[in-house]
Design a protein around this ligand. Structure first.
Ligand code: ZN
Length: 174
């Protein structure tokens, strides 16, 4: 298990469209990468991490919310290993979402996300699963899926007015 370096905004890798995971899923190397992504996400106190954020342009992300000091008001959800995901929107209602990103450290911005989605994917064993997600879990899944298409949270912001450093976010917007 290893904590990996997180690719930061400005690195062109974050703007690429990632390729589907194929036969390599079952390889020791890819399984190790998934384990390392989980370790990195937890080490960085992130709610999710996508493969491009560790420099791998493959359609995979992990997400998990335990009691987390970065998100004291967020509902916990279990660990999901998400490979080749698709998202179906179940409720087109848009909700305000203040988001941060491990690739854009110490920054927050407000954007809109769909309230409720159906996440369809395979797990690390290649087993299909689908899960209805609501609230914060739905937001994280949408954020991570964006990474697989080269989209960052700032691209989703209608206005840059709320783009804030963490300290100013806590001071003026929380
Ligand atoms: Zn991110």
């Amino acid at each position: 298990m290893a904590v990996l370096d997180v690719v930061k905004m400005g690195n062109p890798l974050l703007r690429k469209v990632s390729a589907p995971v194929g036969e390599e899923l079952k390889t020791t190397l890819f399984q190790q990468t998934i384990t390392d992504m989980v370790a990195t996400m937890r080490f960085q106190n992130g709610a999710g991490i996508a493969a491009p954020q560790v420099g791998i342009l493959k359609r995979a992300f992990t997400m998990e919310m335990v009691e987390n000091p970065r998100y004291p008001d967020k509902n916990p959800f279990p660990l999901y290993i998400v490979i080749n995901p698709e998202i179906e929107i179940l409720d087109k209602t848009l909700v305000d979402s203040w988001e941060g990103c491990l690739s854009i450290p110490n920054i927050r911005g407000k954007l809109k996300r769909y309230k409720r989605i159906l996440l369809k994917a395979i797990d690390h064993n290649g087993t299909f699963f689908q899960k209805e997600l609501d609230g914060f879990a739905a937001i994280v899944a949408q954020h991570e899926l964006d990474h697989l298409n080269g989209t960052l949270l700032i691209d989703r912001m209608d206005s840059m007015e709320t783009l804030s450093f963490q300290e100013e976010y806590e001071k003026y917007w929380m």
